[in-house]
Design a protein around this ligand. Structure first.
Ligand code: FEO
Ligand code: CA
Ligand code: CA
Ligand code: CA
Length: 585
């Protein structure tokens, strides 16, 4: 931040053109290296990845998971931990990379796909999702590599978990088998006390039934659970995911899950006070000593939430309690005049009474969506990532696309391109209930839609967000493959990452990705000289190209190995400037 006079422009790179090929492109003067692709063994003596995907479920549990998504870099001395290699490394070149592995591709994860379902294959899928914790460091010469560390671990769909907070003892969470696993881990957050919180998003897609005439309950309907066979087919080999065989298991999913990356034996904790929805990410802020957690429910017509801890977070921790277990969950209402209100989801308040069928606070949290419906929250066009500008405290949310509008905060009737909205909490108090909002940008292709107001390069379907400490806002796109054939998207190419100056609203294209992939998980080192980005689902089916098959796994993409005998692999890309400068400047 310049302290006097004119500020230096935030964006100092030459934009890259729209991408159409099967590689990652970054501006002149930058390099992009690939690390930890799916299947990388967590330890140097672990099982090497097999390019025909014949690794077993046990091997997968000892390897990096599939479909990298949100991630956080924890420098090794974040919490006074040792620095590796006798002090050569500092905060900016060694630490733990903790990343979500969101979902799997049935055609690509095993040699012969998933036409024939076996318990072993389903276990491999279950072991490929969740979270990967892996140490990384920068070598002399600048490249990054993963390293052996006692913290390297996988948390997956069969890892034992516990529940905490007001709904932990709710009878609906008492299913037939002990609580295990996290999955559908889209994005995440990092707490002020140095833990990682992974968010369960599209978990409902895993619940089906052998009986395709299964009568869907009201609650199943509200969260999108359907009868019959699912895309992932877990219900055919694991009774937990068959809604007839265990009607309660579904209530154990849709939570924010806290993991201590510096304790390899830590049991992940599902924090029920933050509500049960399809959580995209969870942005942690502090205000008046409290911890505030912002989270969006990514489905068209769903809502934006925030949790405010009851006590100052340091005081709660000093008492041996989690600041995430006691507090108030609010949901956002956006008014026409540019103001907004956070509406409390508290049992006994407003419509959430016994008379209206609410049992207690646990009931409000288990049925968070219904509670938010009842108080009159504003339906949004698919809320994805929420992030805060560290220079101003302003919050930004990507609304990727959807059909919730038109309403004040979602002005388009059919929003195929998405927008980015921002708000400021009144008096700078994030624990309060009033805010002021406006729309930062209506995304899209201005040659197709006159409403598009981008000052710079065209993009659509914003999803990932990240702010560096200079206040640059990084935006990643996820144009789903169902949208790629739309006329509206014909000029926008492969998914991309852009950099925005929030003061001038200028937006410039920084990176384009390979075929079938979305760009996500933007995360920088504290010195802004390394930027990690995840390439998720390269090679996934696209309407334009077709679908990969077990016989032809490279039908869409062969990134990153481009090995004729291999297959596409989700991976992390490490971006640096050749001159060692600050990324984006
Ligand atoms: Fe998994 Fe909403 O993206
Ligand atoms: Ca995704
Ligand atoms: Ca996302
Ligand atoms: Ca998305």
């Amino acid at each position: 931040v310049a302290r006097h006079g004119r500020r230096k422009p935030l964006l100092g790179f030459t934009a890259v053109p729209v991408g159409a090929d099967d590689d990652v492109h970054v501006p002149e003067g930058y390099v992009a290296d690939v690390i930890i692709p799916w299947g990388t063994p967590l330890f140097s003596d672990g099982p090497a990845w097999k390019k025909n995907a014949s690794d077993s479920s046990l091997e997968q549990a000892m390897q990096v998971g599939y479909n990298h998504d949100g991630q956080h870099f924890f420098p090794f001395d974040t919490r006074g931990r040792r620095k590796s290699r006798g002090g050569r490394h500092d905060d900016n070149d060694a630490g733990l990379l903790v990343l979500n592995n969101e979902y799997t591709d049935p055609a690509l994860l095993t040699t012969d796909g998933l036409d024939t379902v076996t318990p072993e294959k389903v276990r491999k899928h279950q072991h490929a999702v969740g979270v990967t914790v892996i140490a990384i460091e920068q070598e002399r010469g600048g490249r990054w590599t993963h390293t052996d560390s006692p913290f390297n671990r996988r948390v997956h769909a069969n890892t034992p978990v516990v529940f905490s907070g007001p709904a932990a003892k709710d009878p609906r969470l008492q299913a037939k088998t002990p609580a295990r696993g996290t999955m559908a881990n889209c994005s995440m957050g990092n707490t002020p006390w140095g833990t990682y919180v992974t968010c369960e998003e599209n978990w409902a897609d895993y619940f089906g039934s052998a009986d395709k005439n299964h009568k869907v309950t009201d609650e199943e309907k509200r969260y999108g659970i359907e009868p019959g066979q699912t895309h992932y087919k877990w219900e055919e080999a694991d009774d937990r995911f068959d809604t007839d065989k265990d009607p309660n298991e579904q209530y154990r999913w849709g939570w924010c899950v806290e993991i201590d990356p510096f304790d390899p034996d830590h049991t992940p904790v599902k924090r029920t006070a933050l509500g049960r929805v399809k959580h995209e990410n969870c942005h942690f802020a502090t205000s008046r000593g409290r911890v505030v957690a912002y989270t969006g429910d990514d489905q068209s017509g769903e809502y934006i939430y925030k949790f405010v801890s009851k006590r100052p977070w340091r005081a709660a921790r000093a008492m041996g309690r989690s600041p995430l277990d006691e507090g108030i969950l609010y949901v956002a209402k956006f008014h026409e005049d540019g103001t907004g209100t956070w509406l409390p989801l508290v049992f006994g308040q407003g419509p959430l009474t016994k008379k209206n069928g609410w049992k207690d606070q646990a009931d409000v949290l288990v049925r968070t969506r219904r509670a938010a419906d009842a108080v009159g929250a504003t339906p949004m066009d698919r809320p994805e990532w929420i992030k805060e500008n560290p220079l101003t405290g302003q919050l930004f949310v990507t609304l990727t696309n959807g059909t919730a509008g038109p309403n004040p905060a979602n002005p388009r009737k059919k929003n195929v391109y998405g927008h980015i909205l921002r708000w400021t909490e009144r008096h700078g108090d994030k624990t309060g209930t009033e805010f002021d909002w406006d729309i930062f940008v209506l995304a899209g292709d201005p040659t197709k839609d006159p409403q598009v107001d981008i000052n710079g390069d065209a993009f659509g379907s914003p999803d990932g967000l990240y702010f560096d400490t200079d206040g640059r806002m990084w935006i990643a796109t996820d144009v789903s493959n169902s949208k790629q054939l739309l006329k509206e998207y014909e000029n926008l190419g492969n998914n991309q990452m852009l950099c925005a100056d929030p003061r001038t609203r200028e937006i410039r294209r920084f990176l384009t990705g390979p075929k079938g992939a979305e760009i996500t998980g933007i995360m920088g080192t504290p010195d802004r000289r390394t930027l990690f980005v995840n390439i998720q689902h390269p090679g996934e089916e696209t309407k334009a190209i077709g679908a990969p098959t077990p016989a032809n796994p490279q039908a869409v993409s062969s990134w990153p190995d481009h090995d004729p005998a291999g297959r596409p692999r989700p991976a992390t890309v490490v971006i640096r400037r050749k001159d060692g400068g600050i990324i984006g400047s």
